[in-house]
Design a protein around this ligand. Structure first.
Ligand SMILES: [Zn+2]
Length: 259
């Protein structure tokens, strides 16, 4: 019995190490397993790269980060440079006077769209590199999300190395499919950029796996509930994780460089 209690306590410690949070503290997810990452054909004037390089960076962000999660079913695929309304480059991401009610004029029809934007009201300081929000939602399903890069003349994105730009886009992609910020400092989803982060952290993998768990393979065999002494323990731990997640409230997601 004493050994069993030890295992139980260690399990609780393990659960508490899962610190990822969710957008709006709600479980919003894409319904499909494969989501495209498109780039808007909006000219980027001040971020130091053109939209073709931006697409290349998005491809690296997908390959080096999220698609390397071994336990999640979501696969991001870089799509195309697509034609969009000029408003994506100039308009507010959220309706004025709201904490962030997405601007319906910019609702992304499907998948993920990355665009440059020059509306100063979207970026409260030059240190805000990008703003991201799932802005087309049906119930708890994400239909489309937008990433707006700060393309004002004062932006700091342009001063980042290519590897840092890949990391920044990967962080914003995490917001597009449902993740909030992690308090774990070496996570990709930490609120500030982590200069040496070049792959997912454990908390990032926990987060994407929570939202997009892989289906368990069908196997032969039987299992008896009565003979499974740990079944109640799994339920209890699951409840603990949900309680932990419900503490967090995030509506408007920004990435700032570390001071
Ligand atoms: Zn962020």
């Amino acid at each position: 019995m004493r050994n069993f209690l030890k295992i139980f306590l260690l399990s609780l410690i393990s659960v508490n190490a899962h610190a990822f949070t969710l957008n709006n503290s709600a479980t919003l997810v894409f319904a499909q397993d494969e989501v495209k990452v498109n780039v808007a054909n909006i000219t980027c004037t001040n971020i130091g790269i053109d939209i073709h390089e931006l697409k290349s960076i998005a491809a690296d962000a997908v390959d080096q980060y999220w698609n390397r999660s071994p336990t999640s079913r979501l696969k991001l695929r870089v799509g195309n440079i697509i034609s969009v309304a000029a408003a994506y480059g100039t308009d507010l991401i959220c309706l004025a006077g709201t904490s962030c009610d997405p601007n319906p004029a910019l609702a992304v029809a499907s998948d993920i769209l990355i665009t440059c934007n020059t509306n100063a009201a979207n970026f409260s300081s030059s240190g805000v590199l990008a703003v991201t929000v799932p802005n087309n939602i049906s119930g708890k399903t994400i239909i489309g999300s937008v990433i707006m890069l700060n393309d004002l003349a004062t932006n700091q994105f342009k001063n980042s190395s290519r590897a840092e730009k890949v990391s920044i886009i990967a962080h914003e992609l995490g917001h597009t499919f449902g993740l909030g910020h992690s308090p774990v400092k070496d996570s990709l989803m930490y609120y500030a950029t982590v200069n040496m982060r070049q792959s997912l952290g454990e908390d990032d993998i926990d987060g994407i796996t929570y939202l997009y768990p892989k289906q368990q393979p069908m196997t032969c065999g039987t299992i008896s509930e009565k003979n499974n002494p740990n079944s109640w323990l799994g339920l209890l731990l699951g409840f603990g994780m949900i309680t932990l997640l419900s503490k967090f409230q995030l509506r408007y997601l920004k990435l700032r460089p570390r001071a």
